[in-house]
Design a protein around this ligand. Structure first.
Ligand SMILES: Cc1ncc(COP(=O)(O)O)c(C=O)c1O
Length: 438
């Protein structure tokens, strides 16, 4: 597979031209890679109107993922989610305020997207009292919710932060029977196309975003927006404009090169390396209490070992293992083919070294519906103040006040903060919240 963006930047670096253009470092080393960091100079193409090297590289990505069309983002899945919500609603509701049915474990980027395009959100709650991070919904439950609410689009997150996978194929079928698109936040699952074709686009999603940087060897910020062949036919012409609407006018060429270079690896070698990694995790899984359904993510249920998440994470850190995410019960460790054997051994040894304790009981951590008195748009764009969680009961949530990870709102902007939400904030170690000013 060719790498036109990398080739162009390498040629530009070697040509030693006088850089009478941005960026201000002029190719001189401050961090050490500035000579490859260019802007839209002649021949470098434009991300939002590509005709040359970027168009060619995106075509390569489209072929690799087998999508109808794949677009690059240099601003993460966050940018793609905003574009996806706009495009998804355009697909089935070209005018007027769109209504979107969304699983409640959505990342806050989804809430911001809905605020920006003023979409109405109807939340799907988990059927069993699961975790803030997970929202298992069956196709049958989705069918009933669609019949009850008549949304213009459906939005789910799969894989979720804990590594749970939704029945994307079942949900896509239900959506298509209802004539509406399925939008999937696949930020954690770019690699899934190379694992038994389990990527949402393989399973029937209409639009989907992947954070390439989360699971592939891509610089932070690199992401994809995928359109299915049918979605591409209907909204392909608007896709770049939707990405541009929510992006910077100065996309990073370092990130574009990283996405371009990744194509060559995805086309040659990645599949074999991924399968080795998955086999190594499967072996590890036999010896540790892991609840992840993802092949290369480990979600330790620390309560089974008699520990809280922070206690287990401290033990891991003392063995030089830095996890991705920790909450009161779980520690999430993300692996990729680029991890080394020492990483697997360290994790296993750190867990094996934990003194045996009686299992702990889990405290409830599911989100419960809260009454909404403002739309997310009204609440997010109003004036806010930050107050202690202990004084927040009955106030209207302003901004979601959840850091990353997992960045899933405990209370949605515009909803009343309930006693259950206050308890959940405290459980997640959140001491202050942003509320709408009175
Ligand atoms: C489920 C989910 N969706 C979306 C995002 C946003 O992705 P990005 O950081 O690539 O903008 C994240 C980030 O952690 C995430 O976990």
């Amino acid at each position: 597979m060719n790498t036109p963006i990398c080739d162009f930047c390498e040629g530009y670096r070697k040509a030693h031209v006088s850089r009478l253009h941005m960026p201000g470092h002029k190719g001189q080393f401050f961090l050490g890679f500035e000579d490859l960091d260019i802007t839209e100079v002649s021949g470098a193409d434009e991300l939002y109107a590509p005709e040359g090297i970027i168009a060619q590289s995106e075509k390569n990505a489209t072929a690799l993922f087998g999508s109808g069309r794949t677009l690059y983002s240099t601003e993460g899945s966050s940018q793609c989610i905003r574009a996806m919500v706009k495009l998804g609603l355009t697909l089935s509701k070209p005018a007027g305020r769109g209504k979107i049915l969304a699983a409640r474990n959505a990342h806050k980027a989804f809430l911001y997207a809905c605020a920006l395009v003023d979409a109405e959100i109807v939340w799907l709650y988990p059927q069993s009292g699961m975790d803030l991070c997970s929202c298992p919904v069956t196709p049958q439950a989705l069918r009933e919710a669609i019949a009850a609410h008549r949304p213009d689009a459906v939005y789910i997150t799969s894989p979720d932060y804990l590594g749970q996978l939704a029945d994307v194929a079942g949900m896509a079928k239900v959506c298509h029977e209802a004539g509406i698109p399925l939008l999937v936040d696949n930020a954690h699952g770019a690699y899934l196309h190379w694992y038994n074709r389990q990527h949402p686009m393989d399973l029937g999603a209409d639009l989907c975003c992947d954070s390439a940087h989360k699971t592939l060897p891509v610089l932070t910020g690199g992401a994809y927006l995928h359109l299915s062949p049918t979605a591409n036919a209907a909204i392909g012409a608007e896709a770049k404009a939707a990405m541009e609407l929510f992006g910077s006018t100065s996309p990073s060429y370092l990130i574009l090169q990283s996405l371009d270079r990744c194509n060559a690896y995805l086309g040659n070698g990645f599949s074999e390396d991924l399968n080795c990694c998955a086999r190594r995790i499967a072996a590890l899984r036999k010896r540790i209490p892991d609840v992840s359904q993802e092949p290369v993510k480990v979600t330790l249920d620390c309560h089974c070992l008699g520990y809280t998440g922070p206690e287990a994470a401290a033990a891991l850190r003392s063995c030089l293992c830095e996890p991705e995410f920790v909450d009161s019960r779980y520690v999430v460790c993300m692996f990729s083919p680029q991890n080394q054997e020492a990483d697997y051994i360290r994790l296993e040894q750190a867990i094996a070294a934990l003194p045996h304790k009686e299992p702990l009981c889990a405290l409830p951590s599911a989100v419960t519906p809260s009454p909404a008195v403002m739309t997310p748009r009204q609440a997010i764009f109003s004036s806010h103040e930050t107050i202690p969680v202990t004084q927040a009961l009955g106030r209207i949530c302003g901004s979601p006040t959840v850091s990353c990870p997992p960045a899933i709102p405990i209370t949605v902007s515009g909803e009343i903060i309930t006693a259950e939400a206050v308890a959940l904030y405290q459980k997640y170690g959140i001491h202050t919240v942003s509320v709408v000013k009175r």
